[in-house]
Write a protein that binds this ligand. Structure first.
Ligand SMILES: [Zn+2]
Length: 287
């Protein structure tokens, strides 16, 4: 009998024999290993690469805000749930919405904060969003930062998709709008930018208003604590990614390779955005 490649969704037991037996009237559509019932047509559609909904995120019975908050909380505190929530193939547009909301919230909160500070205390110097040169520098920093994130995610996505997607996946002919699970995991991990943005906002507020309290924190400045917190958030992101990678159906060698690659991707993305910011802002300053 040729292997149909149809596996139990719960325990990945090969159901080729079970399905063949049921089709000739012997037995039923139930996994002999774990007892889960299955629909052979549904399994064939999955194997053919038909996009499936992402659990929680694609449940349109709930409002977008509720789903967004739930996905952020799951990604931050229960990342081990992600590989089971994201099917091997899902609709490409699905997590694109999530990534756009995240970037809009992160950049929007900076602009909002700077506008508020300018509004309440316009006499003090700070990047003013009414001055054309400051707007150019601010936009360059935000754009470079964003491009760095996209570069980092792309490198990571390419490595994850090519390294730890099961070989079975090569036999699939996913529909053009279907996307691989690992792009989804990288996409939801973008929600860590919100924690980073919150840290930066506290940093700006500390610069503005925190000096009265700085001395009470011992030998460190409040700003230094916040920079340490930022490093902590990057480590937290890496831990969440590592946890999801350890769930991948592949060898430990490949898993460890991908876990080690994550900081390399961050360094490449970070250096690229830093260089872009330096080159472009210094040319703007000299104009
Ligand atoms: Zn099973």
């Amino acid at each position: 009998m040729t292997d149909s490649g149809l596996l139990c969704l719960q325990c990945e037991y090969n159901l080729t024999g079970t399905i063949a037996a049921t089709e000739v009237g012997m037995g039923e559509n139930r996994c002999p290993e774990c007892g889960t019932t299955f629909d052979p047509d549904d399994l064939r559609a999955r194997l053919a690469g038909a996009p499936r909904p992402i659990a929680v995120w694609d449940n349109e019975k709930q409002g977008i805000l509720t789903r967004y908050i739930k996905m952020c909380l799951i990604t931050w505190f229960m990342p081990w749930r992600l590989p089971r929530m994201i099917p091997p193939c899902y609709h490409r547009r699905s997590h694109r919405v999530f990534r756009w909301i995240t970037i809009a919230l992160a950049i929007g909160s900076f602009i909002g904060l700077l506008s508020l500070l300018n509004f309440f205390d316009p006499s003090r110097y700070r990047p003013s969003l009414t001055n054309a040169r400051d707007v150019a520098i601010f936009s360059t920093i935000m754009l470079s930062f964003w491009m760095g994130i996209i570069l980092c995610e792309t490198l990571l996505g390419i490595v994850l998709v090519n390294t730890i997607t099961p070989n079975d996946f090569d036999r699939l002919l996913p529909e053009p709008e279907a996307c691989n699970r690992w792009w989804g995991i990288v996409g939801f991990l973008r929600s860590f930018i919100l924690l980073g943005a919150a840290c930066f906002i506290l940093f700006i507020l500390a610069e503005e208003y925190g000096h009265a309290y700085v001395r009470s924190l011992g030998s460190y400045d409040l700003e230094q604590y916040l920079l340490l917190a930022l490093v902590g958030i990057v480590l937290w992101w890496w831990t969440a990614l590592s946890i999801t990678i350890t769930r991948a159906p592949t060898s430990w060698g490949r898993r460890l390779g991908c876990i080690v690659f994550a900081p390399i991707a961050v360094v490449i993305g970070g250096v690229a955005s830093y260089v872009a910011i330096e080159v472009i802002t210094s040319s703007i300053v000299h104009i």
